[in-house]
Design a binder for this molecule. Structure first.
Ligand SMILES: Cc1cc2nc3c(=O)[nH]c(=O)nc-3n(C[C@H](O)[C@H](O)[C@H](O)COP(=O)(O)O)c2cc1C
Length: 223
C-alpha cells in the first residue's frame, strides 16, 4: 500500500472480532515498526504483548478500580484535563463517536458504558503494553520515541488488516497492568495499544476523525 494512502486510511478501531491474532503476525508487525527512529538510536522501548487470561484480569482490575473511584495513577506525570482548542477537539471526536453509536447526550448509562469499554481496551483480543526503563526519567525524549514507535505499530497493523486503538484508558491504573502483565517496577508503562481484527458491524468503527488545515498550525520562516 502507498504510504500516503496508508496513513490517511488508518483509523482507530474500537470494536473487534472474537478472533485470536496469530503471534507470528504480531511479531511481524513489531519487526517492521522497530524501524521507527529514536533519539540517538536508543530504541528505548519494550513491548509486553498481553492476551488471554492476563488481559482479562487487567480489564477486570481496571474496571473495578474505575467503578470504585480509584484515582488514575500512571507511571509518568500527566495533566488530566484538556482546555481550550484541545478540549474542543476532544469533544468533537467524542461527539462523532456518540453520534455513530446513537448515544444521546443525557443517556448517562450508555455514556458510562462506553467509557467502561475503553477501560476494558474495547475487549480487544490483544494488548501491546509499551514501556521504557525508569532510569531514563525525566524521559520526555524517550516518550517521544515511543510515540513514533506506536504510530509505526498501528500503521503496520493496518497494512495487515488488523485494527488498533492506542488506549490511554488501559494504563490509567498502571499498577493493575504491572501486576497482571508481570511488568517489572524498573520499567515505566507509557501506553497500551489494543489490537485485533475489526468488527465490520460495529458502527463506531466507521468514524473518521478530522484534522486541522495546515494554516492553523504551520509557520514557514525564511522562505
Ligand atoms: C496517546 C493516545 C491515547 C489514546 N487513548 C484513547 C483512549 O483511551 N480511548 C479511545 O477511545 N481512544 C484513544 N486514543 C485514540 C484517539 O482518540 C484517536 O487517535 C484520535 O481521535 C484520532 O482518531 P484516529 O486514530 O481514528 O485517526 C488515543 C490516542 C493516543 C495517541
Amino acid at each position: 500500500m502507498v504510504f500516503s494512502q496508508l496513513i490517511k486510511d488508518r483509523k482507530s478501531i474500537r470494536g473487534f472480532q472474537k478472533k485470536a491474532v496469530p503471534r507470528e503476525l504480531i511479531d511481524e508487525i513489531i519487526e517492521v515498526a522497530k524501524w521507527a527512529p529514536s533519539s540517538m538510536n536508543t530504541q528505548p522501548w519494550y513491548v509486553h504483548v498481553v492476551s488471554g487470561e492476563p488481559l482479562d484480569r487487567i480489564r477486570q482490575g481496571n474496571s473495578e478500580n474505575m467503578i470504585n473511584g480509584v484515582p488514575p495513577k500512571r507511571d509518568f506525570p500527566m495533566k488530566e484535563a484538556y482546555e481550550g482548542e484541545h478540549r474542543k477537539r476532544q469533544v468533537a471526536i467524542a461527539v462523532q463517536l456518540f453520534d455513530a453509536m446513537g448515544i444521546e447526550r443525557d443517556d448517562k448509562a450508555r455514556r458510562t458504558d462506553w467509557v467502561m469499554r475503553g477501560f476494558r481496551q474495547f475487549d480487544a483480543p490483544v494488548s501491546l503494553v509499551l514501556t521504557y526503563d525508569k532510569n531514563l526519567e525525566p524521559a520526555a525524549i524517550s516518550q517521544f520515541d515511543l510515540g513514533a514507535f506506536s504510530h509505526a505499530i498501528v500503521l503496520a497493523a493496518w497494512e495487515r488488516g488488523l485494527g488498533t486503538v492506542i488506549n490511554g484508558q488501559g494504563i490509567m491504573q498502571s499498577a493493575v497492568v504491572h501486576e497482571h502483565a508481570g511488568i517489572p517496577d524498573d520499567q515505566s508503562i507509557m501506553i497500551c495499544i489494543a489490537m485485533g481484527y475489526p468488527d465490520e458491524d460495529f458502527v463506531a468503527n466507521t468514524v473518521k476523525s478530522t484534522r486541522e488545515p495546515n494554516e492553523k498550525f504551520v509557520r514557514y520562516i525564511g522562505f
